[in-house]
Design a protein around this ligand. Sequence first.
Ligand SMILES: [Zn+2]
Length: 154
Amino acid sequence: MSSIQQQPPGIRGQRAARNVFRVVGVVVLAAAVTFLVLGLEDFFASSDSSDGPHRFWMVFVGIFGLAVAGWCLQAGFMGAASRYVAGETTPVIKDSAAYLTDGEGILGVGRTVDDASAPSATNATATGPFCSKCGTRNDGDAAFCDSCGAALAH
Ligand SMILES: [Zn+2]
């Protein structure tokens, strides 16, 4: 009971709806694939005969079902998908920020080009690894950080 009370009421409803979307999505997807297979089977089986396919409408039901299933699954797995996307893109954003700020971290985003060439910026032309301790970019062949002296991983 206490764990439920700690959550905002909207979260519980969302979680239940998400489970419904997942179950409905999977069921509709299975039904849609069944309809598609039956409809296409009938279509190809009857191409020899003279009276044409009678169950070809099943293909359209199947396509419609696939769309509904896709929407349900998207709604049901949106949270998981966006968490996955966030996990995949965050390191890229971090790397890009480190690259753009010459190793000074995301807080250096506002720095200007003049700032980077100022004496306070160490080794602005370096192209090697970033120091894991202080974030300074070092020369490619450097074994130790120019700024803090920490050993660099290669
Ligand atoms: Zn360092």
